[in-house]
Design a protein around this ligand. Structure first.
Ligand SMILES: Cc1cc2nc3c(=O)[nH]c(=O)nc-3n(C[C@H](O)[C@H](O)[C@H](O)COP(=O)(O)O)c2cc1C
Length: 204
């Protein structure tokens, strides 16, 4: 199905790709058993790593929950309505912000040798990490769709408890969990309306 919105004639992206990424792509609530391979995850990462972050900081960290033991440790920290979704997904990712992302700046922003020193203040650094990792989560959702899979992102969880459970000794702050796979039975809720252009875009 191709949905055409006003203005779509300006799109350079072809209609099938626009459908795959946006128009007909949906948030999955159930999943089939079909496994998600490491190759698919690598293809997703190799695509979305090119999307921009401030100072190219790339603070997103993705922890793939593959073992049933790790999944059992995660599920109790999800809100009750989210637990079945994560139990049924073939692959689950914890997505977190690395609040020590600045240690990588000499590698990823080499033309500014002192970039690391801009982030000595921990509160501002965490804010930067959370903002940019949030952006990267958006890119990741589109990347998951780009390999023909469905994403079920969820922020209904106790992020502090997940940090304690999985990242006690690491500078990672959990932002969300993303269920990944092929849609299962009855996977979609009704499509909720989006805000109109006029509600969102203003011109000065
Ligand atoms: C960051 C984020 C957090 C979300 N958290 C939850 C959640 O905790 N539980 C849930 O069932 N859906 C969650 N959702 C799903 C949204 O409600 C859903 O993506 C939105 O309504 C659009 O649905 P659609 O893609 O089917 O149109 C979340 C989505 C995003 C992007």
């Amino acid at each position: 199905m191709t949905i055409t919105d006003t203005g779509s004639s300006a799109l350079v992206l072809d209609a099938a790709a626009a459908d795959l990424l946006f128009h007909t792509a949906r948030t999955a609530n159930t999943f089939s058993d079909e496994p998600v391979s490491d190759e698919q995850v690598r293809a997703i990462y190799d695509l979305v790593k090119w999307a921009p972050t401030s100072m190219n900081a790339q603070p997103l960290r993705i922890v793939l929950v593959r073992s049933s033991e790790a999944r059992e440790r995660l599920v109790p920290h999800l809100s009750p309505g989210n637990q079945t979704k994560t139990q049924s997904a073939p692959l689950v990712a914890i997505v977190a912000a690395d609040v020590d992302f600045h240690e990588n700046l000499p590698q990823v922003f080499p033309h500014l040798p002192n970039a690391r020193d801009f982030f000595t203040e921990p509160v501002a650094r965490e804010q930067t990490a959370r903002f940019n990792a949030g952006l990267q989560i958006g890119y990741l959702i589109l990347g998951i769709r780009a390999v023909g899979l469905a994403a079920g992102p969820m922020t209904g969880l106790d992020t502090a408890a997940v940090d304690k459970e999985f990242f006690a000794d690491q500078p990672l702050r959990t932002l969300a969990v993303i269920n990944i796979g092929r849609p299962g039975e009855n996977p979609w809720f009704g499509r909720s309306p989006r805000l109109d252009y006029e509600q969102v875009v203003s011109v000065l």
